[in-house]
Design a protein around this ligand. Sequence first.
Ligand code: FAD
Length: 106
Amino acid sequence: PLDKDELGTSTWGFLHSMASYYPEKPTTSQAKDMDKFFTLFGEFYPCEPCAIDFREDIKAHPPKTKTRDELAKWLCERHNTVNKKLGKPVFDCSKVHERWRDGWPD
Ligand code: FAD
């Protein structure tokens, strides 16, 4: 089985990649589906204490699914909430596409 940290690192990789490749201008239906995705994700994420806190967090900060940039920034902020809780460094959300889509400049 994956431990909590391995699961977390792989999951964040998937979620941030998904956000950075989300359409720049999604249709209304895509925006609704992405909103649902995060609700369902929070329901079934297989780390119970993580999922409980994530559900609370997205209740207070619902998914922003109108554009790619908004979604990527919103998700970065959710990850930073977890980073703060765990005493990890906060990530600069202006660099989220560089990290997860475009690659760092040389
Ligand atoms: P990770 O936090 O896994 O990050 C991986 C990489 O993402 C980093 O190396 C960095 O390059 C990049 N990154 C870091 N911050 C950001 C950001 N804000 N935006 C974009 N990219 C970023 N663990 C617990 O112990 N308790 C919990 O309650 C908990 N809740 C979680 C909830 C969710 C939804 C998820 C997906 C994971 C959760 N985890 C939790 C796991 C935790 O977030 C980490 O994944 C784990 O501690 C391993 O950390 P890491 O140092 O490998 O880096």
